[in-house]
Design a protein around this ligand. Structure first.
Ligand code: SAM
Ligand code: SF4
Ligand code: SF4
Length: 357
């Protein structure tokens, strides 16, 4: 074991995977490569955001995964290395709330040992002020922090556990000070709840060096009571900001970039809008998701996952893992957001806190 608890033999295992497997991308039925892996490290959360884990469903009686059901750090890194061998470039740790997972910095240090991997994390920021330096030291490169409003009454109505804005802002400041930059801020916009916070958020983060991203409220899972009327279209968000703070579009940096980027004309930074509902981007979707218990999902709106934990714990070789993931990705045809209708909204989809946002 080294200082951070990484088994020394692990690197040898990864090197074997990198040198023995043919490097090259796999593509799905729509020609999309698998570039990003989102890993949910826990299905638990200390918030009960109304659009994600409504209290009425995720209450005291709700059964979360047992510890033994969660993928171990070694299992996560082995799968991440396999994805990398198949053309994966980026891993984002998420959840639930990833900073609730015990010894997360050790996992980050292990993943940081995969050469060339872009390593990021999405958090609600509640535990970030204390953890940011250790995350950076372990090898985390950047961070995304969710924050839905600057007004405590609005924010607390959304997180539904009475959590205060100031503590998230402290987390954002700590992340920036630790060098987890540029910090991205995710704001889910729900009409009638926090759309009045669009302009205050834009004003506040303009010129800060942080990148504010507005996310259209989505019909993930089956519990958030989503209605199309609650969605504020990305075009409306941009229009509202542009009316006060003039914007101009920025070219996409890479294929598969989901946020449409806009910069302030006066040079005071940029924003992003993620229009998953009103302007679907499935044709560029290069994302796979790994649930906390090791099921692979090829779409955020999937109903079924593929049990990779069973393969890992059944003693599958690296070659067998590569074959299994290749077969799953090759037949992928997901394009939910392009075919969303009033009927699909009611389908039996997995919850976002489980699959990883
Ligand atoms: N707990 C962490 C957090 O909130 O940042 C990570 C997990 S959370 C599921 C990941 C992202 O998904 C967050 O930015 C959250 O706001 C977003 N999200 C959750 N439910 C959503 C919904 N119904 N529509 C759009 N975005 C949603
Ligand atoms: Fe928790 Fe994140 Fe879902 Fe909010 S969005 S309930 S913080 S997992
Ligand atoms: Fe990707 Fe599915 Fe979202 Fe389309 S709906 S962008 S395929 S995750």
């Amino acid at each position: 074991m080294n200082r951070l608890g990484k088994p020394v033999s692990y690197r040898a295992q990864i090197n074997t995977l990198h040198t023995n497997e043919p490097a090259g991308s796999i593509t799905d039925t729509l020609g999309r490569p698998c570039r990003d892996l989102r890993v949910s490290v826990t299905d638990r959360c200390n918030f009960r955001c109304v659009y994600c884990m409504p209290k009425e469903v995720f209450g005291r009686d709700y059964t979360f995964l047992d510890r033994a059901e969660l993928l171990t750090f070694e299992e996560i890194v082995r799968l991440a290395a396999t994805f990398q061998a198949l053309g994966g470039e980026k891993v984002r740790l998420t959840g639930g709330e990833p900073l609730l997972r015990r010894a997360l910095a050790r996992l980050i240090a292990m993943l940081a040992g995969l050469p060339g991997l872009d390593l990021t994390l999405t958090t609600n920021g509640s535990l970030l002020a204390e953890q940011a330096p250790a995350l950076k030291e372990a090898g985390l490169q950047r961070i995304t922090v969710s924050l839905d409003a600057l007004d405590n009454a609005v924010f607390q109505a959304m997180n539904d556990v009475g959590f205060r804005v100031e503590q998230v802002l402290e987390g954002i400041a700590a992340a920036a000070a630790a060098g987890l930059t540029p910090v991205k801020i995710n704001m889910v916009v729900k009409r009638g709840m926090n759309d009045t916070s669009i302009l205050p958020m834009a004003r506040y983060f303009r010129g800060s060096g942080h990148i504010l991203r507005f996310i259209e409220y989505m019909d993930v899972g089956t519990t958030n009571g989503w209605r199309l009327d609650d969605v504020v279209p990305a075009a409306e968000i941009v229009r509202r900001i542009h009316a006060e703070l003039p914007l101009e579009p920025v070219e996409a940096q890479y294929w598969g970039e989901v946020a449409q980027r806009w910069r302030y004309r006066d040079g005071e930074g940029e924003i992003g809008v993620i229009s998953s509902v009103t302007q679907a981007f499935c044709r560029d979707c290069t994302r796979a998701r790994l649930s906390a218990d090791g099921k692979l999902y090829t779409c955020l709106f999937a109903t079924e996952g593929h049990d990779l934990r069973a393969l890992l714990r059944g003693g599958a070789s690296d070659e067998e893992l590569v074959t299994a993931i290749t077969q799953i990705w090759r037949v992928r045809a997901d394009r939910y957001s392009e075919i969303r209708t009033a009927e699909t909204v009611g389908l039996d989809k997995v919850e976002m806190s489980y699959i990883g946002g």
